[in-house]
Structure formats: structure tokens, C-alpha cells
Design a protein around this ligand. Structure first.
Ligand code: GTP
Ligand code: MG
Length: 359
């Protein structure tokens, strides 16, 4: 295991051992980090927690580091063979920067052990730094794979793509937590989804542009914000426009899963598509006069509308209440001067968006 200081080598050594054990292997762990006082003790604690074999060795006496590193590695290999283990995982010392001493040590370990894998452990949170150091290590040692740790943090995993690109070596696992089992084989498709976590805004914008009647939308906004308010008829028009975009679920799914839209995709599962149909049916059951002036819709008219639309008087009441609230809200926004901004920024942004994001 190779990597910079604190990248997660020791933790990951344990995770890998646990993963191998689960797959029926017999791994053995050894730490050759003889520089940091508690480093070897740390691996011992890890090994114990997952009930994995560990070659402890004896750090006292001759020779001193760096020859001690080689002695421990050679002893561990012998021990692993004697114990019938099929994998030896060597946890190495980290350094703040890549220096000659470290590289020399890694090279001599490679010569001594002729390892099947040299895995570079990189902290996903460090982004470009991880990419640069991966390349340095690869040039000197010839990595066979990469393990990205701390993918449970805020890191979006963009480093994964770059590391893969500059080293040409596959990302084999990702670490997703501090516990020994917070470790999983790497799936490129999932990381792409995560990096793109932005959903498919472009598709949504394109769809809106090609489906929605822009003139109608602007007329509606003008009326609702600046004019006498919008009627139930206008409301129905808007509903049918939204419906043209597809199911609410499919629309919400195209929104980013991060930022202000976080949680919307989840919410999309709770959207009652039938609600739209119901609203339309209710408005359709009104007379044109009623649609233009909702104030005349008395109790007996409500009963008639409910019967005509196959809904209940409560449904009709609710629609009228919601409509009145919306109309009021739009009017207030219009008075606030926000309207002109919305007209320019909000609706206009649909068109401008395409140029800005480009395809
Ligand atoms: N959240 C999270 N923390 C991790 C992960 N992997 C390692 N860590 C934490 O990162 C810190 C450093 O991990 P170590 O395994 O000690 O790192 P190291 O590379 O061995 O460090 P040195 O031996 O000092 O070079 C510890 O606090 C770990 O618990 C991970 O996948 N997710
Ligand atoms: Mg360590």
C-alpha cells in the first residue's frame, strides 16, 4: 500500500484484509511504518477489530531504519507462507511530500517482495493533489491500481477520473467511512452519476424550450403579475403546459440532486400525478363565466362542479383556495417590482440558459 501521509493506508489495509477474508482468502497484515511511533500499533488494533492475522515482528535491535523496513517485510512474508496465508498486505509509512527517502524505500520493498499489486491509496478530498502524487508514485513504482478513500465526504470523486486518466491504472476500491466494512469495489457508472450529480438540467431546458409555448407563458406571467390577475382558465392552460413536459416524476428527476434541489428527486416519488388530472377535470366542469370569475362559484355551483368532474366538494374547495392564494401571491410579487425581474431573468433565462451552458 502506497500513499501520502494520512491518505488512509492503514485503515484501508484493514478494510482490504476484511474484504479478502469475506471472499474466503487468508490475508496477513504487516506494517513497515517504523517511523511514526504508534503506526504499527494502529495496524495491530485494526487487525484485531477484524480478526485478521498480523505479523507483529520485533522492532527492537538491529538493524535500524531503513534496513529495518526490509527485515520486517521479509520476515512477514516468511511468516505468511508458514501460516498458509495467500495474501500479504504491507502497510507502508506515509510522507507529507514525496521525497527521495520514501521513494527509495518503496522501490527496495518492491524489489524484495515483487508484489502482485502496488495500490495507491489516495484521499479523494484532496482533489488535484491526489492526482499529482498518484502520477509521481506511478512513475517511480508502476502502480497496478488505486484506492480512493474518504468518498463518504464532500468529495464528488472528480479526482477518480483524473487519476485513472494520468496513471492509466484502474480505481479498484473506494473507502466510504472509517469502519472496516466501509469499503466497496469501484463502479465507474456510479461515480459518473455522482460527479454529474447535476441531474440532467440541459435536457430539461431543451424540453421546456421545445414543448412550452413561450408566448403563452409570457402572457400568463404578465397577466398574473402585472395585470388583473390570472383566471382559472389561465390556470388550466398552465397546467396543461406543465403536463406536456411529461410526468412530474420525470421532470423532477432531471433536476440536480445537489444544491437547492437536493431532495426533490426523492420527493418526486410522492407526487400524485392524478392530482393534475383532477384539477383539470374540476376546471373543465365549470362554465366559462365561472372560470373567468371564481367569486360567483357558490355552494350549489360547487356541488354541481364536483358531480360533473367526479370529485368531491372538498376537492373543489381546495382548488379554489389554492387558486386564490396563488393569484394573490403573484399580485403581491408584481407590486414588489419583482415581476419585471422575473420576466427578464426568470422566463428569459430559459432561452439564455442554453447559450450559457452550451451543448
Ligand atoms: N471518512 C473516512 N475516513 C477515512 C477513510 N479512510 C481513512 N479514513 C480516516 O483517515 C484518517 C487517516 O487514516 P490512516 O489509515 O491512519 O491513514 P494513513 O495513510 O495510514 O496515515 P499515515 O500512516 O500517517 O501516513 C483516519 O482518521 C481514518 O479513520 C474513509 O474512507 N472515510
Ligand atoms: Mg498509517
Amino acid at each position: 500500500m502506497a500513499g501520502l501521509q494520512g491518505s488512509g493506508k492503514t485503515t484501508t489495509s484493514g478494510k482490504l484484509a476484511a474484504w479478502l477474508k469475506k471472499g474466503g482468502h487468508r490475508p496477513m497484515l504487516v506494517s513497515v511504518d517504523v517511523y511514526r511511533p504508534a503506526a504499527r500499533e494502529q495496524l495491530k488494533v485494526v487487525a484485531k477489530s477484524i480478526d485478521a492475522r498480523l505479523y507483529e515482528g520485533d522492532q527492537k535491535g538491529e538493524p535500524a531504519a531503513p534496513a529495518l523496513v526490509e527485515r520486517l517485510a521479509a520476515e512477514a512474508r516468511r511468516e505468511a507462507r508458514n501460516m498458509g496465508c495467500d495474501t500479504l498486505i504491507v502497510d507502508t509509512a506515509g510522507r507529507l511530500h514525496i521525497d527521495e527517502d520514501l521513494m527509495g524505500e518503496m522501490e527496495s520493498l518492491k524489489k524484495l517482495l515483487n508484489p502482485q499489486e502496488i495500490l495507491f491509496v489516495a484521499d479523494a478530498m484532496t482533489g488535484q493533489d491526489a492526482v499529482n502524487s498518484a502520477l509521481d508514485f506511478h512513475k517511480r513504482l508502476g502502480l497496478t491500481g488505486v484506492i480512493l478513500t474518504k468518498m463518504d465526504g464532500d468529495a464528488r470523486g472528480g479526482a477518480a477520473i483524473s487519476i485513472r486518466h494520468v496513471t492509466g491504472q484502474p480505481i479498484k476500491f473506494i473507502g466510504v467511512g472509517e469502519k472496516p466494512d466501509a469499503f466497496e469495489p469501484f463502479h465507474p457508472d456510479r461515480i459518473v452519476g455522482r460527479i454529474l450529480g447535476m441531474g440532467d438540467m440541459l435536457s430539461l431546458i431543451e424540453k421546456a424550450e421545445s414543448t412550452l409555448d413561450r408566448k403563452k407563458s409570457e402572457e400568463f406571467a404578465k397577466k398574473a403579475l402585472l395585470g388583473d390577475g390570472f383566471s382559472l382558465e389561465d390556470f388550466r392552460d398552465q397546467l396543461s403546459q406543465i403536463k406536456k413536459l411529461g410526468s412530474m416524476e420525470s421532470i423532477l428527476k432531471m433536476l440536480p440532486s445537489v444544491g437547492p434541489f437536493a431532495g426533490m428527486q426523492q420527493a418526486s416519488k410522492n407526487v400524485d400525478e392524478k392530482q393534475f388530472v383532477r384539477l383539470e377535470a374540476i376546471i373543465n366542469s365549470m362554465t366559462p363565466k365561472e372560470r373567468r370569475n371564481h367569486e360567483i362559484i357558490s355552494g350549489s355551483r360547487r356541488k354541481r362542479i364536483a358531480a360533473g368532474s367526479g370529485t368531491t366538494v372538498q376537492d373543489v374547495n381546495m382548488l379554489l383556495r389554492q387558486y386564490a392564494q396563488m393569484a394573490k401571491m403573484f399580485k403581491q410579487m408584481g407590486k414588489g417590482g419583482l415581476a419585471r425581474n422575473m420576466m427578464r431573468g426568470g422566463l428569459g433565462a430559459l432561452g439564455a440558459g442554453k447559450q450559457r451552458f452550451g451543448r
